[in-house]
Design a protein around this ligand. Sequence first.
Ligand SMILES: Nc1ncnc2c1ncn2[C@@H]1O[C@H](COP(=O)(O)OP(=O)(O)OP(=O)(O)O)[C@@H](O)[C@H]1O
Length: 249
Amino acid sequence: MTALALDGVAHAYFGRTVLDRVVLRVAEDEIVALVGPSGCGKSTLVHIAAGLIEPLRGRVVAGYRRHGMIFQEPRLLPWATAEDNIAYPLRLAGVARGERLEKARRAADLVSLDRRDLGKYPVELSGGMRQRTAIARALVVEPDFVFFDEPFTALDVALKRQMQDLVIAAARQARFAGLFVTHDLAEAVRVSDRIVVLDERVRGIAGERFVGLAHGARDDAAVFAAVQSYLKEDPLFRHLHETDERRIA
Ligand SMILES: Nc1ncnc2c1ncn2[C@@H]1O[C@H](COP(=O)(O)OP(=O)(O)OP(=O)(O)O)[C@@H](O)[C@H]1O
């Protein structure tokens, strides 16, 4: 079953084509990472896929029922507590308060947010807790698809690692498919089943690789070895190596 299909998607800003004839499928339960150097169109593509930008040409077919979205900044409502922020999508959907809060607490448990922190306002939370709150808000609607747009880029290395584990665990537990934008190849190897490489020279997808590691076997050493082998031996990743100065590996 296909959770998401992009067919011949094209987009341009002020007449400059950024994406052209992009074809991409995401299967049910599959997490696909979109990687590529800065400016190659990753965010544009994920925004089109999520329905936030209308493509110039082509179409997006959503096979999922409900989706969540996690951005680089948590984008929380400053005047609402963590709990009310998490429950907000349910409020918009007209869910009764009791059920809303119960679901918000369950989503908070999924991302290991402490119950004691749920009554705090965003300004009282650490950066990690704010991002956990944003993840819980995406998961509260029980999505079967989640869009991630560089969600952990602003976090420090240890926290980033924790959040990646959390996504992997949540994806397995809640069984959602996802499209995960990152410029960090190590992150792509850790969280995804398949890595799709964007290249601005082809205005779209240059190629893809399945991550041949079992989910339980993605420790630091295995991820590092996979990244090194992609960068050194696989021509598909050469332009990442050459052009992305923000690369971590
Ligand atoms: N709203 C916009 N108006 C004009 N140009 C834009 C707009 N958004 C993106 N672009 C341009 O389109 C290209 C692709 O941008 P996009 O943000 O999709 O790339 P990206 O791969 O996500 O980059 P990064 O990794 O730096 O976030 C870039 O050249 C960017 O400058």
